[in-house]
Design a protein around this ligand. Structure first.
Ligand code: PMV
Length: 363
């Protein structure tokens, strides 16, 4: 059985008679409840994070591998939504070239990659988590086929999550059904190297809905790479990492006990801490728009007035993720239609919910 020695491999462990292989995966986006913000070394997180795996927002990636005559640099052709995108291709080539110790077959095969997203282009929904995790699944699937030794399902998922992490930290969490934890914590069995599925939540949270109000679909004012770097010198960095750990503890308690009020409190604090950190960074960034704040105000007023179980979280951008149990669907959807939709750019709301993780595609 193949062992985990930080997932490096050798070409001599591969079969030599596979000339071509075609594989496809669809992998979803995820929304973090405890946020990953700040990293060290080779994309390790400064604190543990926990996310909900989404369902509708996902990337489909197909990879065609064909054996080269001579082993050489990584060679790639990449089509995004049927078209050549030089900037995306360059980024992917750089990434693939950085993981040849982990996946040495990358030097032996030509790669043709085709990728598309199910969510609208320029909707402000981050695609790095879904795209990097879909690609990682394709690569690790091929490695499993090439491997002379048996590869367990556990090893396969851990390695795919590890590879996805090297592409984009949050991508490590996207493969898993329902929820995932990434980053070492004493509270659950987890690792900085890869994410693990998280199942210890009450039925209250099963199938939880996430409706995203697209307040602005423009380019992010700060990339997540730049945002993580700001944490290296952030005056509140140590306080933040402690707080993320204690928020994680509260969140895990609320998930286990099914306490949606406690969940609301900690999830909203996490979102605002993330934005507070950006506002207090040097240089400082304000990523919320006036309508972000108005949406937050309306969600809180609606909750206070009606007692409906609903809360919000934010990514590193202005869009508002509205979270609510499946049982509150009709009440919250009506509230969104009446009060949130007018605040969204072109009235765009993307309705999503907890999903089942990465899936192999027939191809
Ligand atoms: O995976 P990255 O490097 O794009 O960072 C993601 C950071 C947040 O989305 C803001 C938080 C998170 O944990 O997903």
């Amino acid at each position: 059985m193949v062992q985990n020695t930080i997932f490096t491999n050798k070409s001599s462990n591969y079969k030599t008679d596979i000339a071509t292989y075609k594989v496809g995966y669809s992998s979803p986006s995820n929304i973090a409840l405890v946020k990953y913000w700040g990293k060290f070394g080779r994309q390790f997180p400064k604190n543990p994070s926990l996310s909900i795996t989404l369902d509708n927002a996902h990337t489909k990636t197909l990879v065609n591998f064909s054996k080269k005559e001579v082993t050489g640099d990584v060679s790639l052709s990449f089509l995004f939504e049927g078209e050549k995108k030089k900037s995306f291709e360059d980024k992917m080539l750089k990434f693939l070239s950085s993981i040849t110790n982990e996946l040495p077959f990358l030097l032996e095969y030509d790669l043709k990659v085709e990728s598309s997203n199910t969510f609208p282009h320029s909707s402000g929904i981050a695609s790095s988590a879904s795209s990097m995790s879909a690609l990682a699944m394709c690569l690790c699937d091929f490695e499993r086929v090439l491997s002379k030794e048996e590869v367990s399902e556990k090893y396969f998922f851990e390695k795919a999550s590890y590879i996805a992490r090297l592409g984009s930290g949050s991508a490590s969490r996207s493969l898993f059904e329902s929820m995932a934890v990434w980053g070492k914590t004493d509270l659950v069995e987890s690792s900085d190297d890869y994410a693990v599925e998280f199942r210890d939540f009450s039925d209250v949270f099963n199938g939880i809905c996430d409706s995203v109000a697209i307040i602005s679909a423009g380019e992010k004012a700060v990339s997540s790479r730049a945002g993580h770097a700001l944490m290296d010198t952030h005056p509140f960095a140590e306080t933040r990492f402690k707080s993320a750990n204690s928020n994680m503890e509260t969140l895990l308690d609320s998930l286990k006990s099914g306490d949606f009020d406690k969940f609301t409190e900690v999830v909203e604090i996490e979102a605002l801490e993330l934005h507070g950190l950006m506002m207090n960074s040097r240089p400082s960034f304000i990523l919320m728009e006036p309508n972000t704040l108005e949406a937050i105000k309306r969600i809180r007023e609606f909750r206070n007035k009606t007692g409906t179980k609903v809360c919000f979280t934010l990514d590193a951008g202005p869009n508002v993720h509205i979270l609510y149990p499946n049982s509150e669907k009709s009440a919250v959807k009506k509230f969104i239609e009446d009060e949130i939709k007018p605040l969204a750019q072109n009235g765009l709301i993307i309705h999503d919910q907890m999903g089942s993780g990465a899936k192999r595609l027939e191809c």
